[in-house]
Design a protein around this ligand. Structure first.
Ligand code: FE2
Length: 428
């Protein structure tokens, strides 16, 4: 007897038409024509059942604050930072919690059930830290939320940030963050990598650095981060976020860097929708794309993810928790159009960030947690193409969100018909 059975499911690994049995919050069977009764049965109708989407790079303390206290009319990064600086002293804990919870509801509706968010610690009140720790507690039944202690204004550059970061970790923030390219000098940036990795090693924590988010080809804090990771034995525990300078680096240098990153077991996360609009702003033409070297890193076996970064905040007015839009942008920017590469872009918003977040029991396989998303698409490539509707979102074997299929009702010249975009083209 199963609690839940999903029949006729296609899986991201290529299995088609299988039945998934769930008992006590775990997947206990996957096979064709699975026998046995179930408390609830969902017919997937040969559509994709994927593990939940994962966003490993986000800023939940700022989300949904667009227009507060004023709109970023230019859309430029520096104006965004200025406006965030104006908003910070006006923030209240209640307002941050309210916006974060509203965002989490949106995330659930999009099948996004694991989020790693940075939280700005450059604030003597640590108001954002307190607020997001409370949000983490409130959403724990349905979202895996990890917090990164992020010194937005510089670990050494912002007075007091060294102590504030320690305090944030003492309060329960999970991960050590940093922003070396924003320190006053390259030397300070490298020193911050040393200090922050040593804190992580001492406390047994993971590391997630805003690393080299610049177009400067000589911004090479990734080198210091890689060195410290290797020196302190943090292999598999460090994520280098953004790495936009890598786009502009000399090819010879990159040919040395990537094997060193692979050796140190460093993961990398690009934020394609943000990188593509924020980087290259000082260029005339040709304009650089400003995204890391995602396909090349994959060939070295470097775990590589796509994150969302921002949703309606001072830096960016768009996005809506749709990780398929993020995958779609990454696919285009990195020219990942082979069949295998398109599937890797789906992995970049599911299995790869799950690995970076060290999520236990993640995946659609026997023994995994029964957390899944039924999509209105037959496979992962079609899911990206259509930004597929999340027909059902399942957490611990229970459906926690449903959306009606997207079907257009046409009435052309008095001839009524229906169009379901997932059924328009023959499937291969
Ligand atoms: Fe970020």
């Amino acid at each position: 007897m199963f609690d839940l059975k999903i029949t006729n499911a296609n899986l991201p690994d290529g299995r088609t038409g299988v039945d998934i049995g769930v008992k006590d919050g775990r997947i206990t069977a996957i096979e064709k024509n699975l026998g046995g009764e179930a408390g609830e049965t969902i017919d997937a109708g040969n559509q994709l059942v994927a593990p939940p989407f994962v966003d490993v790079h986000f800023h939940m303390d700022a989300t949904l604050s667009l227009g507060m206290p004023r709109m970023n009319e230019s859309g430029l990064l520096l104006d965004g930072i200025k406006i965030w600086g104006e908003l910070k002293p006006l923030l209240t804990q209640e307002a941050v919690i309210e916006r974060a919870l509203a965002y989490c509801d949106l995330a659930v509706s999009q099948g996004l059930l694991a989020i790693r968010t940075h939280v700005d610690i450059c604030d003597e009140r640590l108001l954002g830290v307190e607020a997001l720790l409370e949000v983490k507690r409130l959403v724990a039944p349905y979202i895996d939320l990890q917090l990164v202690a992020f010194p937005q204004d510089g670990y050494y550059r912002y007075p007091g940030a060294v102590d504030l970061l320690d305090r944030a970790l003492d309060m329960g923030v999970d991960i050590v963050g940093g922003i070396p390219h924003f320190e006053r000098t390259m030397a300070d940036g490298a020193a911050s990598m040393k200090a922050l990795c040593e804190i992580a090693e001492k406390r047994g924590l993971l590391v997630d650095i805003h690393c080299d988010e610049t177009d400067d080809p000589n911004s090479r804090h990734i080198e210091a981060l890689t060195y410290e990771t290797q020196r302190l034995g943090l292999n598999g525990r460090v994520n280098a976020s953004h790495l936009t300078s890598m786009h502009s680096m000399d090819n010879y240098y990159v040919s040395k860097l990537l094997p060193m990153m692979a050796e140190a077991g460093i993961a990398a996360t690009a934020n394609p929708r943000i990188n593509i609009v924020i980087q290259g702003r000082h260029d005339t033409y040709p304009k650089r794309r400003g995204m890391n070297r995602f396909p090349e890193m994959l060939t070295y076996g470097i775990t590589s993810a796509f994150g969302q970064d921002c949703v309606m905040d001072p830096w960016y007015s768009l996005n809506h928790a749709d990780m398929l839009e993020v995958a779609d942008m990454g696919l285009h920017v990195a020219q990942m159009t082979s069949r295998a590469a398109m599937r890797q872009c789906f992995e970049a918003v599911t299995t790869s960030p799950a690995k970076i977040m060290h999520l236990e029991g993640y995946g659609v396989d026997v023994g995994c947690k029964a957390d899944m998303v039924l999509l209105q698409a037959s496979d992962s490539i079609e899911a990206i193409r259509l930004k597929a509707t999340r027909l059902a979102v399942i957490k611990g074997g229970k459906v926690i969100s449903r959306t009606e299929p997207r079907v257009a009702k046409l009435n052309i010249a008095g001839r009524p018909s229906q169009i379901d975009a997932s059924k328009v083209v023959p499937q291969v």
